[in-house]
Ligand binder design. Structure first.
Ligand code: ATP
Ligand code: MG
Length: 336
């Protein structure tokens, strides 16, 4: 990764850089942004008020950083940041946690993406995104290089990156094409119906869902994407097509749909400080656990622990635990 970061503050991305020799086992790609959030509840974004941040963020950056923090697998991320302090906020976190960025780009022509977030006492959140026209919107299929995928064992793609821009969608599809036989494709719909119609969302997601081995929806997404009555029916339909589906259920944990079986895996009890992005950490933990040979129920329990720890810290990636922290947390929860 340091190859991309060496140099001064010019565009130090080197398009000719070779990725031969970068052996990545887990890869993801997409929108890189920082998050700046209100300190107090119920302060809308249309008035002056106090913010905290920037925090490194973006659904797939959180995912890959959490896989790296959990350890055991070489992780690579494909995305774009601006040559500015906010880009450095993201890249410094990747560097600290060991995420490779050799297929990434650092552009002096565009600023790093930002999301502003306000929280309300009824539990709702409101976002203002500056990303489509920011550096992150410049993600392109040319960055997705075959050599980078030669040893890939797991690729994670999300719906919001299929919707972000045409070039981002094409980058995701190219990554899927490059997956070696036997590698796992996981898909987290993570898509906002406010941005697109349901028909458009279904069209965007269909080719990825048909290829995915593992689908990791949040509440309402399986019903929305399949057009069926409820999440249970939607997840069972995907499971009948040979996919393993893990439905994320916030504090309640998750449901695993595998073959004809549907099993409830209860969540851990924690004090929730910041619920945003627990789902991305959860997906990361599923990847780590499955690559280590855990069965689906063990993997779901491990992911529930990582998701629970993620909500205990303010900031999207700040609760991403190390392996030791997960082990200690699970042992304490079992004892209490
Ligand atoms: P987001 O879109 O905010 O990233 P999500 O809606 O995709 O999240 P959630 O279901 O909110 O995903 O959270 C993912 C997982 O994290 C849950 O399945 C659960 O295991 C854990 N989790 C989330 N919130 C809590 C909580 N308050 N207490 C305990 N565990 C939680
Ligand atoms: Mg949630």
């Amino acid at each position: 990764m340091t190859g991309c970061l060496s140099g001064n503050d010019a565009a130090y991305w080197c398009p000719e850089m070779s990725v031969e020799g970068c052996i990545m086992q887990v890869i993801s790609l997409g929108n890189m942004l920082v998050e700046v959030m209100r300190v107090d509840l119920d302060v809308a974004l249309d008035r002056p008020g106090t913010f905290i941040g920037p925090f490194p963020s973006g659904d797939t950056p959180i995912y890959i950083d959490t896989v790296a923090r959990l350890g055991g697998h070489a992780c690579g991320f494909i995305g774009v940041v601006g040559a500015d302090d906010l880009g450095s906020c993201l890249l410094t976190r990747f560097e600290r946690d060991g995420v490779d960025f050799n297929c990434g780009r650092v552009l002096s022509s565009h600023a790093t993406g930002v999301a502003f977030v306000a929280y309300f006492s009824d539990g709702s959140r409101r976002f203002v995104f500056h990303s489509r026209h920011a550096a992150s919107g410049q993600l392109s299929p040319e960055q997705v290089k075959p050599a980078y995928f030669s040893d890939c064992r797991w690729l994670h793609v999300t719906g919001c990156n299929l919707a972000a821009s045409e070039s981002s969608r094409l980058a995701c599809l190219r990554a899927i094409e490059l997956l070696p036989p036997g590698a796992v494709l996981s898909f987290d719909p993570n898509i906002r119906p406010e941005i697109l119609s349901i028909a458009e969302i279904r069209d965007l997601c269909a080719p990825v869902i048909s290829r995915a081995n593992v689908i990791l929806p949040s509440l309402n997404e399986a019903a929305m994407l399949t057009g069926l009555l409820d999440d249970g029916a939607g997840c069972s339909t995907w499971a009948a097509q040979g996919k393993t589906v893990v439905l994320k259920r916030g504090p309640f944990g998750c449901h695993v749909f595998d073959g004809s079986q549907a099993v409830d895996v209860p969540g851990f009890r924690v004090k929730e400080v910041d619920p945003t992005r627990a789902g991305d950490s959860f997906c990361a933990a599923i990847t780590t656990a499955r690559l280590e040979g855990l069965d689906w129920l063990q993997a779901a329990r491990f992911a529930n622990a990582v998701g629970a720890l993620a909500v205990t810290a303010k900031g999207p990636m700040e609760g991403a635990p190390t392996r030791d922290e997960v082990v200690t947390f699970v042992a304490r929860s079992n004892a209490s």
